[in-house]
Design a binder for this molecule. Structure first.
Ligand SMILES: Cc1cc2nc3c(=O)[nH]c(=O)nc-3n(C[C@H](O)[C@H](O)[C@H](O)COP(=O)(O)OP(=O)(O)OC[C@H]3O[C@@H](n4cnc5c(N)ncnc54)[C@H](O)[C@@H]3O)c2cc1C
Length: 421
């Protein structure tokens, strides 16, 4: 088969696929990025109403790839995180857990008290990635088009697109998201289940400033996260809300008229920031877990949600993908520099080994947290409140969690340390 030849073909231009294509292209790997959706439409305000908590170490990667300057003025630092448990009335328990960004100061660049992370609207991240991709000489963008057939053998991979175009690459990366077809086609199984929860996502404006504090309230239906956003251009104080509820109730809430929705929302949000009110559309995302049994197959690698889709309870799903990308690009670049085949099985196995433990730990932790907190069973509630308060009182334990939230744990790839591979 004749076709265009690349080192890497990335399928899926979501936050992970776009970042992978850019990081690979910047490192000199000839890369093609395919998505079935026109890329400009991915950046429109109506496409994705979410914000993403970019962890401290993910930000270092964004800076190393010169993406950060494109979003820095739209990113709000997360200085502290306050976690509390609350019953059906939305009133928090007096036992709580508070994380302060200064806890991990000794491990950040320059030893200063860096933020734990930043909240950025997804549309701004997508637009910044696209701007950098169009100017990267090693990346070709193919969209809208769709992979309809993949043929992989020990010497190469071939992709047949809906348009009829054929691409040949040494390696295919599936960044197709949690319902990616390639994982299944490759016979890679997955642990997968639904949480029977839906995340309602919206922006709220409030009277008082949030002062960089992210709040997570564990309500019986699921976590209610209040994430600090930049003030609007007109100076309104704003937060991004990720409100997880049982699926049936969430569907009913989404259909409520504005005054009744406001009442339900206010009851959960509370009044600590004064008068509060949802603005703009209500978005919704069904929640579940998917974790692939393997991340690699012959000339195929899974990254981001195609490998592991988790509950947003800790705001870490994309951060795992960012670390996948940093590790994958590092092993591919080393292989190319040595004149080796970037799609060879041992190169891919190094990636899989590198990423397995970190991903597995976060998949398990988020699953456990959601099960432990999304209920109102009295003895469990008491035990978890005592647990929160205990962690709050033990500085080394608090530091342990802060370091994980910032991504400062484990064998960090170069990009995650802020260096180019
Ligand atoms: C409510 C919510 C809040 C979240 N908050 C956070 C947070 O604060 N911090 C954090 O780190 N993470 C967060 N996450 C997780 C994060 O949003 C995801 O991990 C991330 O968006 C997944 O991106 P992706 O590129 O892997 O997949 P996707 O966004 O699903 O992109 C897949 C792309 O592949 C394309 N595609 C698929 N198949 C094909 C094909 N055959 N041919 C061509 N194109 C194809 C699709 O069109 C799509 O554009 C949150 C998730 C949710 C649901």
């Amino acid at each position: 088969m004749q076709g265009d030849r690349f080192d890497l073909a990335v399928v899926g231009a979501g936050l992970n696929g776009s970042l992978l294509a850019l990081a690979a292209g910047e490192a000199g790997l000839d890369t093609v990025l395919v998505d079935r959706v026109p890329l400009r439409s991915l950046t429109e305000a109506g496409f994705d109403g979410r914000t993403t908590a970019i962890a401290y170490t993910s930000q270092r990667l964004f800076a190393a790839l010169d993406i950060w300057p494109e979003v820095a003025d739209k990113a709000e630092p997360i200085l502290d995180i306050r976690i509390s448990d609350a019953g059906h009335d939305g009133r928090p328990s007096p036992l709580f857990l508070h994380f302060d960004h200064r806890e991990a100061a000794s491990e950040t660049d320059g030893g200063g008290a860096a933020p734990m992370g930043w909240i950025v609207e997804n549309r701004f991240l997508r637009a910044a990635l696209l701007r950098r991709l169009v100017s990267c000489p090693h990346v070709e963008l193919v969209a809208p088009d769709e992979v309809v057939e993949t043929k992989r053998d020990p010497s190469r991979a071939e992709l047949v697109l809906k348009s009829g175009r054929q691409l040949t690459a040494r390696l295919v990366a599936s960044a197709e998201g949690r319902f990616g077809a390639m994982r299944e086609e490759a016979g890679i199984g997955a642990r997968a289940w639904s949480y029977d929860q839906i995340a309602i996502v919206l922006v709220a404006r409030h009277e008082r400033p949030h002062r960089g504090v992210a709040q997570e309230k564990f309500l019986p239906g699921g976590p209610f996260a209040i994430l600090p956003m930049r003030d609007s251009e007109s100076g309104e104080h704003r937060s991004s809300i990720v409100w997880s509820e049982g699926a049936d109730l969430a569907r009913r809430l989404l259909e409520l008229d504005a005054p009744r929705f406001q009442a339900e929302f206010q009851r959960r949000f509370g009044d600590y920031l004064g008068k509060v009110e949802p603005v703009g559309p209500r978005w919704w995302y069904p929640l579940g877990l998917v974790h692939a049994e393997r991340y690699v197959d012959t000339r195929l690698v899974l990254v981001g949600d195609a490998a592991h889709g988790i509950h947003p309870i800790a705001g870490q799903g994309y951060n795992l993908g960012v670390r996948d990308i940093a590790a994958l690009v590092e092993v591919l670049v080393e292989s190319k520099r040595l004149g080796l085949d970037v799609g060879a099985a041992d190169t891919l196995e190094r990636y899989a080994q590198w990423r397995r433990a970190d991903n597995f730990a976060m998949v398990a932790a988020t699953d456990l947290l959601n099960r432990l907190f999304s209920n109102d069973i009295k003895p469990i509630r008491l035990a978890r409140d005592i647990g929160l308060a205990a962690v709050h009182r033990v500085p080394p334990l608090r530091r342990f969690f802060v370091r994980h939230a910032m991504g400062l744990v484990g064998d960090l790839p170069k990009l995650i340390r802020g260096e180019r591979p």
